[in-house]
Design a protein around this ligand. Structure first.
Ligand SMILES: Cc1ncc(COP(=O)(O)O)c(C=O)c1O
Length: 479
């Protein structure tokens, strides 16, 4: 250590305290809002005291089995598993536990990066399914059913489908429509942002209606601690023992009891109060969205905006576009943070998204509404900007992602990469959907979309500091 005094510094901890001192009003993940979503059967000091481990005098195994059984009953599963390594852990265990190396699986193109990593771990061969986009927003809204039907015809050998429902912006699809298309194949639903649709009368949009396995990242919105979630399983298609084994392969041997207790408390709270809370706050959220949408220059994402009319938007997710008032999502995000002390969840060029769980204090919602009104008054509305809307071309995967992951690679300019095999995901924001996946052959159309997005001001992940992308030095699965 160069400077001896440095040994006493705690830069990470200090930064967290510095952030907290600003007293920002948060509309983001995690959704627990300081533990409101755990009811009142606990005390803050309990959290340190219950940080125990697998002690001989502690009947933790029975307690965990009981707690997982109660979760399964509540979420309509045959079996539920606590997750302490995020929704990612459940996705990876599902992929490892349902398929065999080399299997072909349908993968909705808007899946989260954890699914792309899961393809590498489980050595699966993806057949990407194109998705629909919300017109005028450029947001992914769900799997394109015609593309899925075609894929099922073209690839009868595919063993299952992995998709995200609802989307990050809360757009939900009726899951039975998907089940009808894929028949008896395994259906894995990434429900990281869902779990609550049933409680306000929309069960048809919930994974449990049709999925064999579904994964909830309950820390994101439903209110358990960061890193926690559930893997739920239902029906005869899944080998429970294999899933349990797969979970073991990728899990820590020291799961946090604090995390698991938060899952237990949160489930009990929602089982007791969930329906009442969600139904009571539904009207409030509808009214908030209606009043914000009436401000000049502001659009609020709502039912009816989607390309596919049956889709609905989560009332507790607020996605707004200020482009008609001349502001990008990035600019609105910065203004909210710096001028109104409000922290949003996510922003891209087109829009900004805020999370408002039903236990969000009413004063916070008022603060948000006032901030929007003040911002709308200040903005002249003269400047006009248009949403970045791009369809991401989807190509066939020519080399398995796992093979690519361990192959030699090199970096080249995007133009030089045309005709080569991509070694990594390249994902522009917006819309945050991979333009190219690992193992996919890069086309001139893909690069033209990439350049259009950059020209229009979008950001791209998967390029190095020199604007280059990684391609594979091997050309085929047998190289
Ligand atoms: C749709 C979706 N799935 C999975 C994940 C991964 O969840 P986690 O961070 O809990 O592992 C995320 C994270 O943002 C997500 O948005």
């Amino acid at each position: 250590m160069k400077n001896q005094a440095e040994r006493y510094l705690t830069p990470f901890f200090f930064e967290l305290l510095r952030y907290l001192e600003q007293g920002k009003t948060g509309f983001h993940t995690p959704g627990h809002r300081g533990g409101i979503s755990w009811g009142d059967g606990w005390q803050p000091e309990d959290l340190l005291r219950i940080d125990l481990t697998e002690l001989s005098g502690l009947d933790w195994e029975r307690a965990k089995t009981d707690a997982e059984r109660l979760a399964a009953e509540f979420y309509h599963a045959d079996q539920s598993f606590f997750l302490v390594q995020g929704a990612t852990q459940g996705l990876h265990a599902s992929m490892l536990g349902c398929f065999n190396p080399g299997d072909r699986v349908f993968v909705a193109r808007n899946c989260h990066s954890s699914v792309y990593n899961g393809l590498i771990l489980a050595d699966l061969y993806p057949i990407y399914i194109d998705i629909d986009y919300v017109p005028g927003w450029g947001l992914p809204e769900g799997v394109n059913l015609a593309a899925l039907q075609q894929a099922v015809k073209d690839h009868p050998e595919a063993k299952g489908l992995i998709l995200t429902n609802p989307t990050y912006q809360g757009i939900a699809t009726r899951v039975n429509a998907i089940r009808q298309v894929i028949g008896d194949r395994i259906l894995i639903i990434d429900e990281a942002h869902g779990g609550h649709f049933e409680w306000w009368g929309k069960p048809d949009y919930s994974a449990f209606i049709a999925a064999d396995l579904w994964i909830q990242g309950t820390h994101k919105f439903l209110g358990s601690l960061t890193q926690t979630g559930f893997l739920h399983i239902k029906g005869p298609r899944v080998d429970l023992g294999r899933i349990a084994r797969s979970l073991q392969w990728i899990s820590t041997t020291s799961p946090s009891f604090v995390f698991m207790a938060s899952l237990d408390l949160n489930r009990a709270y929602l089982a007791g109060e969930g329906r009442t809370l969600f139904n009571r706050s539904l009207e409030q959220m509808t009214e908030l969205k209606r009043s914000l949408a009436s401000l000049p220059g502001i659009r609020v994402l709502q039912d009816g905006d989607t390309a596919h009319g049956e889709r609905i938007v989560d009332p507790w997710r607020l996605s707004c576009s200020w482009l008609d008032a001349g502001l990008t999502g990035y600019e609105v995000d910065r203004m909210l943070r710096e001028e109104y002390n409000i922290q949003a969840e996510y922003a891209d060029f087109n829009q900004v998204t805020l999370l408002c769980p039903p236990w969000q204090p009413v004063a916070d919602l008022r603060q948000l509404a006032e901030a929007f009104q003040r911002m709308a008054c200040r903005i002249t509305g003269e400047k006009r900007r248009f949403p970045l809307e791009f369809r991401m071309p989807v190509g066939p995967v020519e080399i398995a992602p796992r093979k690519i992951a361990f192959a030699q690679t090199r970096t080249v300019t995007p133009e030089m990469a045309v005709g080569c095999i991509a070694a990594e995901v390249i994902a522009p924001y917006p819309p945050g959907i991979p333009l190219v996946g690992p193992g996919e052959r890069i086309t001139a159309e893909m690069i033209s979309v990439l350049r259009d997005i950059q020209t229009a001001g979008g950001t791209v992940r998967g390029m190095n500091g020199r604007g280059e992308i990684k391609i594979s030095c091997i050309e085929g699965n047998d190289d």
